[in-house]
Design a binder for this molecule. Structure first.
Ligand code: FES
Length: 145
């Protein structure tokens, strides 16, 4: 790898993204963008009756780190419960990728935001209180500080 600032894992997920594409029967869809770089990320999840993420896919128009972060996020989400998805931080994605350069941390933040946007969509469709998501996220952040 030599001079590359990217870990082997980042390169692997960039070159061979996991779970890329549409999910026709998704019931949780989140789309976020970063106006500074213009990158856009869309995340699709199929959440089952028992609040388990049965399937997850992504489409990202963005840099390599954003694609790697989305790909890793889908791997971390599959089979998890909603509360675990809410607790998924960009730092967990960065750690799973064996790190990202400082200037690319925002790419992983976009992945966390896409997950949150998809969960908000799911809560809205299910008639659940969206404020719960923010509360749970704040609680997770508080325990990490
Ligand atoms: Fe913006 Fe990577 S440069 S998401």
């Amino acid at each position: 790898m030599g001079m590359s600032p990217y870990s082997d894992k980042v390169m692997d997920h960039f070159m061979n993204p996991r779970n890329m594409g549409d999910l026709a029967d998704a019931n949780a869809v989140g789309e976020v963008g970063n106006p500074a770089c213009g990158d856009v990320m869309k995340l699709f999840m199929k959440i089952g009756d028992n609040e388990t993420i049965e399937d997850v896919k992504f489409k990202t128009f963005g840099c390599g780190a954003a694609i790697a972060s989305s790909s890793m996020a889908t791997e971390l989400l599959k089979g998890k419960k909603i509360d675990e998805a809410i607790a998924l931080t960009n730092q967990a994605i960065v750690n799973a990728l064996d790190g990202l350069p400082e200037s690319k941390i925002h790419c992983s933040v976009m992945a966390e935001e896409a997950v949150e946007a998809a969960l908000v969509d799911y809560y809205n469709k299910a008639g659940k209180d969206v404020a719960e998501i923010e509360k749970m996220k704040a609680a997770v952040k508080a325990t990490k500080e």
